[in-house]
Design a protein around this ligand. Structure first.
Ligand code: SF4
Ligand code: SF4
Length: 82
């Protein structure tokens, strides 16, 4: 995957690259105050992007998340949005 890059190297080579994955990402947001720590979202994530943090709240590793949205509808208190 590539992030948007615009740069010129010392040899004069200029390049631009845009990653569709980066550009159109819709990462989930977890409302830590609303989370009751049930762990349901952790169990449904297909790539293991969710885990429980030290406060017993769900946390998302955005670098691992593939934006599938499976966890959003699983949360019983609607603490996850996308
Ligand atoms: S959106 Fe999908 S991949 Fe990302 S944390 Fe939720 S279940 Fe996991
Ligand atoms: S499903 Fe909702 S309440 Fe349960 S751990 Fe995940 S974010 Fe928290």
């Amino acid at each position: 995957m590539f992030r948007f890059v615009s740069a010129c190297k010392e040899n004069g080579l200029c390049y631009n690259r845009v990653s569709q994955k980066e550009e159109f990402r819709m990462p989930v947001t977890i409302d830590k105050d609303a989370c009751i720590g049930c762990g349901a979202c952790v169990g449904v994530c297909p790539v293991g992007a969710l885990s429980m943090d030290g406060d017993g709240k769900s946390a998302c590793d955005e670098g691992t998340c593939i934006d599938c949205g499976s966890c959003v509808g699983t949360c019983p208190v609607s603490a996850i949005s996308q």
